[in-house]
Design a protein around this ligand. Structure first.
Ligand code: GCU
Length: 678
């Protein structure tokens, strides 16, 4: 018996390795099954319309033999690439509108969701992925293999057929969820990107992406005029520097007439910038904006700034940018990370949202899970991004949500945009973890419509990614029915996704704790890292401030007073220990260990329970996934199962490390009933 068991295990391990070279998961949410015939009626011809026809040929799940009419005409109720659909018609102002309409129609057919709304306009005009890809093919904070765009070594700039095929698949995936822009290289930019060979490759990429509506952008290094242009300065007000950029931009547009523009990280984390020459962010951004203006190019200027000597890094971006409000050109948009620190598992929204009133501002989300367990932990990020987008800034009265203060509805801005730091790479499944695909999907869906719920996006994604059925048809598999699938797979897996982000927060940094990671990998715990490291703002002690009295960062008037950057009544709510939401308590307050929380227990006990609850949730996820086995192919089943096993072990490490460490300060016992869930 034992021998048999071992043999079976061995066989399954071998099968696992063989199958890991196959393609499961490669098509992500675009898995066309048994298409029906459809007759397409359209007067228009273009490369984009060819894609439209091809998608319909491959994916139509409506009535066999039906006719679908595509109409392109001016309609004022439709904005840019918006569309109107019915089961048999799609209407738009542009070819791309038709393409997005087709993907929407196919999605509805494949998920069996019919939403009875006719006009479908995008929330943001520019829906942009930021690739932190380096010219040598490595990816900063990438956990899914090497770059899709850049390669290392000899002939690395030669464009091959397989490059083109890959970029085409990439473009198709993006278009299917409405993503319409890609920044092709790291914000910590190499000046090489602006040299002829690299620009030629950008041109080749742009040609493949163009019919799918995906515009190309690049990140630039601010000191390029001196680094590659032979100038003695890169001062943005210097006439030769201005001329250099004008010529460079002219060269780019000659190659890529619809080039999107630049993303700029300047005077930030050691990167060169206008401040090196005594100039402001506005001087730097406007110089580039003026040069891009004749070609309709834009500048996405990042506000990720902080310095080692600041008593509170969370305050710096607001302090640097609010005084410049109104000084930026209308083709500049300030790109701001969702929170004031750095993509932590939970942060309050950055106070810049809503506070910049005369300057366009765009959110930067991080799809790659730098601080959320890389591609090992399962964390579905829709709930986190919704929490951010729905946060009320109160900047123009109640209801001034982050979404409204960035999508053009609250402020009159020429450009509206949102970006996400991509989680893609050359891994067969594109994102390392199968469930990380859902975050790429979610970014696109929310950028298109920030009112979609986390639940709906998860529902769509699970159906599109895992359904063994043509959901439009009532066909039954030999071994299980659609009902079984829905009850035993769809519902529990969806629930697991919806709970997953909060689980990570619980076992890493509950109650508003932040940045207590070890070293630079930003994966495991390191609450003990102290000021002996390079910079004090790169240590954990700077953030949690645990001492014998309590734990947390006092950002009220008795501390750094970062709270002043938020508008009333939010400011008062956050300032008061009693009214501050408990999930942000230690972000804003230094709280005594024995402080009584809403459930009547002490802060210390609550910390212990919360770390424990996070670990327990991951164990629940493991059980859910084990039960999912009959409903998913073995390749993805074992991949996710083994990742969850790792996640569980690592969650336990987080809990033990943090509780043991903080206990040195609290001097309080671990609650005796820890094993009992709260
Ligand atoms: C984080 C991240 C860096 C990145 C930086 C940025 O600090 O760890 O790798 O360069 O953000 O967004 O610029």
């Amino acid at each position: 018996m034992n021998f048999l068991k071992q043999a079976i295990t061995l066989i399954s391990i071998v099968l696992f390795f063989i199958s890991s070279h196959s393609q499961n998961g490669h098509d992500l949410w675009l898995q066309n099954k048994n298409p029906k015939t459809v007759h397409v009626v359209t007067a228009k011809q273009s490369p984009t319309i060819d894609i439209v026809k091809n998608e319909l040929l491959k994916g139509w799940q409506g009535t066999e033999g039906s006719t679908l009419t595509l109409t392109i005409k001016k309609d004022r109720s439709l904005h840019r690439d918006g569309f109107k659909i019915t089961p048999t018609t799609i209407q738009a102002n542009t070819d791309l509108g038709i393409l997005y309409g087709v993907y929407e129609l196919l999605r509805r057919q494949q998920t069996g969701i019919y939403i009875n709304e006719n006009i479908n306009n995008p929330s943001y005009d520019r829906r942009v992925l930021n690739h932190w890809d380096n010219p040598n093919g490595s990816i900063e904070r990438g956990y899914a293999g090497k770059s899709l765009f850049w390669r290392y070594g000899k002939d690395s700039l030669a464009v091959t057929e397989s490059d083109r095929k890959l970029w085409q698949e990439y473009a198709r995936i993006n278009a299917s969820v409405g993503i319409n822009g890609s920044v092709l290289n790291n914000v910590n930019a190499s000046p090489m990107m602006l040299t002829a060979g690299y620009l030629e490759r950008v041109k080749a990429i742009a040609e493949v992406l163009r019919p799918y509506g995906v515009k190309t952008y690049i990140s630039i290094k601010f000191s390029s005029p001196s680094l590659i242009g032979g100038l003695s300065t890169s001062d943005p007000l210097d006439a030769d520097v201005i001329k250099w950029w004008n010529n460079k931009i002219k060269e780019i547009y000659k190659l890529i007439p619809d080039f999107g523009g630049f993303l700029v990280k300047a005077s930030s984390e050691g990167q060169p910038g206008p401040q090196d020459y005594g100039r402001t962010h506005a001087d730097g951004a406007n110089m580039l904006a003026d040069a891009l203006k004749p070609y309709n190019g834009i500048v996405m200027w990042r506000a990720f700034v902080y310095s080692a000597n600041d008593e509170d890094r969370a305050k710096q971006a607001y302090n640097e940018f609010v005084p410049l409000d109104g000084q930026f050109r209308d083709n500049v948009i300030i790109q701001v990370k969702n929170g004031p620190i750095d993509f932590q598992p939970r942060e309050p929204f950055s106070p810049l949202f809503g506070a910049l009133k005369k300057t366009a501002i765009m959110p930067e989300l991080q799809i790659t899970q730098e601080y959320l367990g890389h591609s090992i932990h399962l964390a579905y990020l829709a709930p986190m991004w919704k929490e951010f987008l729905d946060s009320d800034t109160y900047q123009e009265g109640k209801g001034s949500t982050v979404a409204k203060s960035t999508d053009g509805s609250l402020f009159n801005q020429k450009i509206s945009a949102i970006s996400g730091v991509a989680n893609t790479g050359l891994d067969t499944n594109w994102t390392g973890h199968t469930f990380a695909q859902s975050n790429w999907y979610t970014f696109g869906r929310l950028a298109w419509n920030h009112e979609l719920s986390s639940e709906q996006i998860a529902d769509e994604w699970v159906k599109l990614t895992f359904s063994p059925f043509d959901l439009a048809n009532s066909q039954t598999k030999p071994d299980f029915s659609k009902n079984d699938w829905s009850n035993n797979f769809l519902q529990p897996v969806k629930q697991m996704m919806l709970d997953s982000h909060e689980a990570v927060v619980d076992y890493m940094m509950p109650f508003g704790l932040h940045h207590i990671f070890s070293a630079n990998a930003h994966y495991g715990p390191g609450p003990w890292y102290g000021p002996e490291r390079v910079r004090k703002d790169w240590t954990s002690l700077y953030y949690h401030k645990a001492d014998s009295l309590g734990i947390g960062f006092d950002r009220t008037t008795t501390g750094s007073n970062a709270i002043i950057q938020y508008e009333e009544p939010l400011r008062s709510q956050l300032s008061n220990l009693e009214t501050c939401p408990e999930n942000l308590l230690l972000w804003f307050h230094h709280v005594p260990w024995d402080y009584k929380m809403k459930n009547g227990k002490t802060l210390w006990d609550n910390l212990a329970y919360r770390y424990d609850a996070g670990v327990k949730k991951v164990r629940e996820f493991q059980k859910i996934w084990d039960m999912a086995k009959p409903y998913v192919d073995s390749e993805r089943f074992y991949e996710v199962q083994s990742k969850l096993r790792n996640q569980n072990r690592n969650a336990q490490v987080w809990k033990d490390a943090c509780l043991l460490y903080f206990q040195e300060f609290s001097n309080m016992p671990i609650p005796y009933d820890l094993e009992r869930p709260m």
